[in-house]
Design a protein around this ligand. Structure first.
Ligand code: PRP
Ligand code: MN
Ligand code: MG
Length: 182
């Protein structure tokens, strides 16, 4: 295990089972809809790659880069569009893929944006949901695992751009980020 990890919260096997379940649900709900699956960079790339391989239906993939956290651990509340979609979503069924929904700020911004662009439907699938931290009024339609208010890394999620490649989701040792509070 990575020496900076205090505890594995969700193992690779548990991730696999949750992704398979989500893939089955989405396969059923989007069978004839050719959805645009929108990956929110960068955290959700790992989940996206696993999820689309569990969706047995026609679909398209596009990417959007938004940022709220910067290098720190707390959401700044400011969400910027760094890269927009290339796809015109008017009349399309959009599935927003997130690794985690925390305050909900990121999601609130793009959910309304896609509706404004006249998407036929907009749903959200997030691997993790941290409802205790929610400040924006958003709905996560498909959730992999609900977690308590702990700072987690791995399976795409970073601390200061590190740990995204870990195949499990873990809690960082406090000494890794202690310098931020000095
Ligand atoms: C993280 C995470 C979600 C968002 C969730 O992304 O991947 O996209 O924050 O937080 P919220 O619900 O409070 O908005 P981040 O902005 O850190 O960018 P990254 O995916 O590139 O790490
Ligand atoms: Mn993200
Ligand atoms: Mg981040």
């Amino acid at each position: 295990m990575n020496p900076d990890i205090e505890e594995v919260l969700i193992s690779a096997e548990e991730i696999d089972a949750a992704v398979k379940r989500l893939g089955q649900e989405l396969t059923k709900d989007y069978q004839d809809k050719n959805p645009v699956v929108v990956c929110i960079l960068r955290g959700s790339v790992v989940f996206l790659a696993d999820l689309v391989r569990q969706m047995q239906c026609p679909l398209e993939i596009d990417f959007m880069d938004l940022s709220s956290y910067g290098g720190g651990m707390e959401s700044s509340g400011q969400v910027k569009i760094l890269k927009d979609l290339d796809t015109d979503v008017a009349g399309r069924h959009v599935i927003i893929v997130e690794d985690i929904v925390d305050t909900g700020n990121t999601l609130a911004k793009i959910h309304d944006l896609f509706l404004h662009r006249q998407a036929e439907s907009v749903k959200v699938v997030s691997f993790l949901n941290k409802p205790e931290r929610r400040t924006a009024n958003v709905t996560v339609d498909y959730v992999g695992v609900e977690i308590p208010d702990k700072f987690v890394v791995g399976y795409g999620m970073d601390f200061d751009e590190q740990y995204r490649g870990l195949p499990y989701i873990g809690i960082l040792k406090p000494n890794v980020y202690a310098h931020l509070f000095n």
